[in-house]
Structures are given as structure tokens and as C-alpha cells.
Write a protein that binds this ligand. Structure first.
Ligand SMILES: Cc1ncc(COP(=O)(O)O)c(C=O)c1O
Length: 273
């Protein structure tokens, strides 16, 4: 389709073109310099020029020491970490209900859940078929501690959840305890956005829920007053491109069974102020 035909088919495009063109040339000039069309706003977002400039200026005008100390440079670092933590929690409308543990990426957030969730021979790990491989990896932690695990299929036609099977699996493991259900808010395999109602349904059947929101939050709102998963994994470069190497695990303070496992306590002790 040529440009003229495209504008005929999508007349509203003309109303936004000037704004997009100006943002593209002022903030993302590297695209035209390198002659790129960039569409991956799920896997890794682009950084804007003003972001980089602001960060350079921050580094040039401050001295950041190691946090967890009381010298002036450490205090500045701690202040920035804490205000960032608050901004993240506010962004997801988490209020006072969640901890925010910074991680290297979503994979590390998921690994912390795998390492610290109190799996044992009476517990169960249920996953959707289209989880990211980093969620699949939690299966090995569950297995090592004697827990059972199972995958719930998606329909081959539209790659959406097989609702009958999922309802059955969620209500079947009645006599298990420490049951963890993990699913992606948006699948990186298919791009499908799953209905977040499954969080509440799983809770009603006594499951804890791990919501992998890494691919979802770059282009969707996650409101943690509307839905209340027990763990949420996030990766910031997927949202705003820079810096890489920062993600987060959001942990509901009142976990559905009113416990925080020993492993998780160790993590929180190490990572929170
Ligand atoms: C749904 C989902 N979960 C987890 C990850 C892993 O993210 P990270 O690269 O931050 O470890 C990705 C990465 O593409 C993803 O799309």
C-alpha cells in the first residue's frame, strides 16, 4: 500500500502525523538517521533523546555513593532509590499494598519467586502454555522441592486460554497447599492479552498468583487496586528503553495466606531499606 492509499484508508492519521513526526525527529532522530522502522514496543522499547540528556546531566551534577550509608553521597543515592521506588508503586497504583524489589530484569524477578516460594511435596505449580521461558524455569525449583506442576493449554485457533480446562485445573487441586498459578498478562509468544479476571478466580480457589506483566505494561495500564496478583514481574527497558538492567518484583504485602516465606524474607531484608 502506498502512502496516499494509506491516508485514504486511515484519514485520522493526518490529524496525528504532525505530532508524531515532531516527536520522532526531536526524540528519536536515530531512527531516521539509521533508516529504521521500529515496531517492538513489547520486547524492548526505544529511549528518547531527552531521557539520555537528563540522565547525563544527573550524573554530571551529582556524586552518587553506595547507598545504605550515611555520608552525603550515599544519602543522595538512597534518596533517589526510594523516590524511584515510590514512583514505581504509584505508577501501578499499588498504594501501600505492595513491596517493590528492584531486580536486574524480569527474569531475575521471576527467579526470586522460584527460589523463595515455599514449594513442597504438597504444593502445586500451574502455568499457562504461553508463558515466557523465565516463568517456565520456576518449574525446576518446584520440582526440586517435590511439588507437582502442570501446564494449562491455550486454544490453537486463537491462542487464548482454554477457559474450561483452566477452571477445572484451578478448582481441582483442593487438597494441595502453597499453590502457585503463573500466567502472562500479555504473552510474549503470541501477543495475546489474557483476561486479568483469572487472578481473582485463582484466589477464590486458594491459589497465589504470579502475574508476568513484562510484555503488558509497556502499552497497557496495570492498576493494582483493580487486580491484586501476589507477585508481579516487570522489566523497565521494555517500557522506556533506557537504562537496561533494571526490573522489579512487586510483592503483595498481605499474601493471600498471610505468610511471607522464609526465602522471601531474606530477599526483602537484603533489598529493602
Ligand atoms: C512476558 C515476558 N516475560 C519475561 C520476559 C523476560 O524479560 P527480561 O528480558 O527483562 O528478563 C520477557 C522478555 O521479553 C517477556 O516478554
Amino acid at each position: 500500500m502506498d502512502y496516499e492509499a494509506f491516508c485514504n484508508d486511515y484519514p485520522d492519521y493526518q490529524n496525528t502525523a504532525a505530532m508524531f513526526d515532531s516527536v520522532r525527529s526531536s526524540e528519536y532522530a536515530q531512527l531516521d538517521k539509521a533508516n529504521h522502522v521500529y515496531l517492538d514496543y513489547t520486547g524492548g522499547n526505544l529511549y528518547a533523546k531527552s531521557q539520555i540528556q537528563k540522565h547525563v546531566s544527573l550524573l554530571e551534577n551529582n556524586v552518587f555513593g553506595n547507598p545504605h550509608s550515611t555520608n552525603p553521597t550515599s544519602i543522595v543515592s538512597t534518596m533517589y532509590v526510594e523516590s524511584t521506588r515510590k514512583t514505581v508503586l504509584d505508577f501501578f497504583n499499588a498504594s501501600d499494598d505492595y513491596f517493590c524489589v528492584f531486580t536486574a530484569n524480569a527474569t531475575q524477578a521471576l527467579k526470586i519467586v522460584g527460589e523463595s516460594y515455599p514449594f513442597d511435596h504438597r504444593s502445586y505449580f500451574l502455568l499457562l502454555f504461553d508463558n515466557h521461558n523465565s516463568v517456565n524455569g520456576i518449574r525446576e525449583y518446584a520440582k526440586r522441592k517435590g511439588a507437582d506442576f502442570e501446564y494449562c493449554p491455550v486454544y490453537l485457533e486463537d491462542l487464548r486460554i482454554d477457559e474450561i480446562k483452566l477452571n477445572k485445573k484451578l478448582s481441582a487441586a483442593k487438597y494441595k497447599h502453597n499453590k502457585l498459578f503463573a500466567f502472562p498478562a500479555q504473552s510474549n509468544v503470541s501477543g495475546v492479552k489474557h483476561d486479568l479476571k483469572w487472578i481473582e478466580t485463582a484466589h477464590e480457589h486458594g491459589w497465589d498468583v504470579l502475574l508476568d506483566a513484562a510484555a503488558f505494561v509497556p502499552t497497557n495500564t496495570l492498576d493494582l487496586q483493580q487486580v491484586k496478583p501476589d507477585y508481579v514481574s516487570i522489566s523497565f527497558y521494555k517500557i522506556f528503553g533506557y537504562p537496561t538492567g533494571v526490573g522489579a518484583l512487586l510483592i503483595k504485602k498481605a499474601l493471600s495466606k498471610n505468610w511471607i516465606s522464609h526465602g522471601l524474607q531474606v530477599v526483602l531484608f537484603r533489598m529493602l531499606p
